[in-house]
Ligand binder design. Structure first.
Ligand SMILES: Nc1ncnc2c1ncn2[C@@H]1O[C@H](COP(=O)(O)OP(=O)(O)OP(=O)(O)O)[C@@H](O)[C@H]1O
Ligand SMILES: [Mg+2]
Length: 478
């Protein structure tokens, strides 16, 4: 089903809208529970509300069809929170199925996000209040569905606060994945607020966040995703699955972003080793750090769809042994070689390394069985730049006069990071203009002003004047 934004005002995070014909085709009724499967294995549950055909008639997908594989094709209206929980955006597609088995909840643990609580000016000790002022009014008498991991905003006396459902015990199963919250359900909200840093920071990462790299994406899928998903393709042929992929390319071309995207899409266990950070002058510590990373990845691989160890800026920890001086670096290189050679053929672990200086890393690392695949991301061409601009402006309100094609044409030599900065500068310039209208003493910006913030071509032209392509800058220096 194709997702569109369903603005329900205060209906809550788990109400989704479907037309009568869509509900009929699926055999469900107003108020029924459905499960929704979005991207990257993300799931949520929701209550269906009937919406008028006219609400979706603007969409081609308002007509419901059932394809041969039994999937329904139509439109489903989801709130922003619901979309986030399913890991999708408007226009993406989700799989919807009736979920009559979702039980009533016995107890649920719901915690607020720390930053959200802070913004509202509350401190953690007021958790009890949160129940009375936020959660109880939100859930009481509403029969809301809840999936473990769901995040949702609740409006209350101190403004919006975002919560996450951490644990669910249904009347039948402790540690259930979903439930319907009824008035008997015990809602607990005492505990440390959730630190956003700790939560899945891959939530925004995905192949669709990377532009101008379709051929690289295809290559990465072949080199990383395939061996993680179907190692038997290799073992059958009697060869070892690929172990290491080296991503190269100038700074800011999206190497780190690419590795995160692969991890998010495959759902693999993701362990990041930051080159400069791992180096410790204390004898042996860096090697121990490395060894732990490999052990951790191997141990976790079976529970996820494999594991990816990502070594960012590998040049800083594995420079050529003949050149680079440091004893520490030399030991780290040998340790890394040993660890890569020691990965069992059956273990679903892949190491991705990134560098913008492929020339300076130890050549032994690039021998077969180690980082024997290389992927040069390079500087994007005009078409690539257009794609990246489209991605970076996806959540921006753009004026009608903004022509991304012109910007793409005029930004020769810009890498992804430059284009991102370009969009940010344009947005900042736009905000700067409104500065005089903003009342700094008020907690929130007036809605009228917010609605008036539209980034126009003029702002982008200003940005073009301040942002310069880093690739050209670098070559001019060296
Ligand atoms: N092709 C791209 N599509 C979308 N965003 C991109 C792309 N390339 C870069 N970016 C954005 O630019 C920023 C920098 O990218 P990233 O950190 O991946 O670069 P990098 O190649 O790892 O650079 P460095 O060598 O300096 O580490 C990120 O925020 C990323 O989202
Ligand atoms: Mg990087």
């Amino acid at each position: 089903m194709t997702v569109f934004l369903y603005d329900t005002e205060n209906e809550g995070h788990t109400v989704v809208g479907m037309t009568e014909s869509a509900m009929e085709a699926m055999g469900i009724f107003d108020g029924d529970t459905v499960s929704i499967k979005g991207k990257r294995g993300r799931k949520t549950v929701a209550t269906v509300a009937m919406i008028a055909d006219s609400d979706v008639s603007a969409l081609d997908s308002s007509v419901v069809k059932v394809s041969d594989d039994g999937e329904y094709h139509g439109a489903i209206g989801m709130t922003k929170d619901a979309m986030k929980n399913a890991g999708v955006r408007a226009g993406d597609s989700v799989t919807v199925a009736p979920a009559p088995d979702v039980k009533f909840g016995k107890a649920v643990l719901i915690l607020p996000y720390g930053d959200s609580v802070e913004e509202a000016g509350l401190d953690a000790s007021e958790a009890g209040d949160l129940f009375e002022t936020y959660l109880r009014p939100y859930f009481e008498g509403k029969f809301r569905t809840l999936h473990r991991g769901d995040s949702f905003h609740v409006d209350g006396p101190k403004g919006l606060i975002e919560f996450q459902c951490v644990e669910i015990d249904s009347v039948e199963v402790d540690g259930d994945s979903a439930c319907v919250v009824v008035d008997d359900t015990v809602i607990e909200c005492e505990g440390e607020p959730i630190d956003r840093e700790d939560v899945d920071d891959l939530a925004d990462a995905g192949y669709d966040a990377i532009g101008g790299a379709s051929s690289h994406l295809a290559a990465v899928r072949e080199l990383v995703e395939l061996p993680l998903r179907h190692p038997e393709l290799w073992t059958k042929l009697g060869i070892n699955t690929p172990r290491g992929v080296l991503l190269t390319g100038p700074s800011g071309c999206g190497k780190t972003a690419m590795a995160r995207a692969v991890a998010a899409e495959t759902g693999a266990y993701f362990f990041v080793i930051n080159g400069p950070e791992v180096i410790s002058k204390r004898a042996g510590e860096s090697e121990t750090n490395l060894r732990r990373a490999f052990e951790d990845a191997e141990a976790n691989a079976p529970d996820y769809n494999g594991a990816i160890i990502f070594i960012d800026e590998i040049d800083s920890i594995a420079p050529r042994r003949d050149k680079a001086g440091g004893e520490v670096e030399k030991r780290i290189v040998s340790q890394l070689l040993t660890l890569m050679d020691g990965l069992k053929p059956t273990s679903k672990v892949i190491v991705i390394a990134a560098t913008n200086r492929p020339g300076v890393i130890e050549p032994a690392l690039r021998r077969p069985g180690r980082f024997d695949r290389e992927l040069d991301m390079g500087i994007p061409d005009e078409k690539g730049r257009l794609e990246i601009l489209q991605i970076k402006t996806r959540d921006m309100r753009l004026g009608k006069d903004v022509d991304l094609e012109i910007l793409a044409r005029g930004s020769h030599g810009f890498v992804g990071a430059d284009l991102q900065q370009l969009c940010m500068e344009a947005a900042l310039e736009c905000i700067r203009e409104k500065m005089g209208l903003i009342d700094f003493d008020r907690d929130r910006v007036d809605k009228k002003i917010l609605d008036g913030i539209v980034v126009t071509m003029k702002h982008f032209e200003h940005a073009m004047g301040v942002v310069h392509p880093s690739s050209l800058r670098e070559s001019a220096v060296s």
